[in-house]
Design a protein around this ligand. Structure first.
Ligand code: ZN
Length: 118
């Protein structure tokens, strides 16, 4: 077996993200064609940072929305689906398909933001 550097999340982390997000796409709520989306991209050397592949940097999304994020970066940053360095994924709230914003933690907890201003 060749020694390869792991660049994606472990199966255990993927399972945590799947459970946390209820088995549906974070943006549109579909149960079909789901994949794991990185909020902060694994950029140059990004995979060296431990949090890149932790639950708070990952979202369960469908392949359609995953492409939408790339086509609509401004809206994606506003809604927390994408996070721009130097902001960290634990600091930026995420809008879910229920219309509410949540804060995510590395261990897979999703909590309502208390300081919602709307
Ligand atoms: Zn979707």
């Amino acid at each position: 077996m060749k020694a390869r550097r792991r660049t994606g999340p472990t199966d255990a982390v993927k399972a945590i993200v799947h459970d946390r997000d209820g088995g549906v796409c974070v943006r549109c709520g579909t149960r079909h064609h789901l994949t794991i989306h990185h909020r902060v991209n694994r950029g140059m050397g990004g995979a060296r940072e431990e949090w890149i592949n932790q639950a708070h940097n990952l979202l369960l999304v469908c392949t359609v929305c995953n492409g939408w994020f790339e086509d609509n970066p401004r809206k994606s940053y506003e809604r927390g689906w994408k996070v721009r360095r130097p902001e960290l994924p634990g600091e930026v709230l995420v809008l879910y398909a229920d219309g509410r914003e949540y804060r995510l933690t590395p261990d897979g907890v999703r909590s309502r933001s208390v300081a919602a201003t709307r």
